[in-house]
Design a protein. Structure first.
Length: 98
């Protein structure tokens, strides 16, 4: 099975219809290689993607667009034990994660 990358931007439109990312601090749980992250991160004030898979995170960091270097960050973490203080993020994104 080949993964489709949503050439019609349906996923992007749906994300932005469900939540206003503008100026928000976003936490993406299960960010993987950042495929979904790049669809909303430019709108945020800060984006942190977490995933337990180091190889996926390495790919996300390599593929991170240059304009998001100081705005989108990644960490190898489990969603079961988040080290963030309460109210660190305004919005959480969880899609296609187990």
């Amino acid at each position: 099975m080949t993964l489709q990358k949503d050439p019609e931007n349906n996923e992007t439109r749906s994300l932005h219809a469900l939540a206003d990312f503008t100026g928000r601090r976003a936490l993406e749980i299960g960010c993987g290689e950042g495929r979904l992250t790049w669809r909303y991160a430019r709108s945020t004030r800060l984006t942190v993607g977490i995933d337990p898979d180091q190889d996926s995170l390495r790919a996300a960091m390599q593929d991170r667009p240059a304009d998001l270097l100081g705005k989108a960050f990644f960490a190898r973490l489990s969603a079961l034990h988040l080290p963030f203080q309460k109210e660190t993020f305004d919005i959480a994104v969880l899609a296609w994660s187990l």
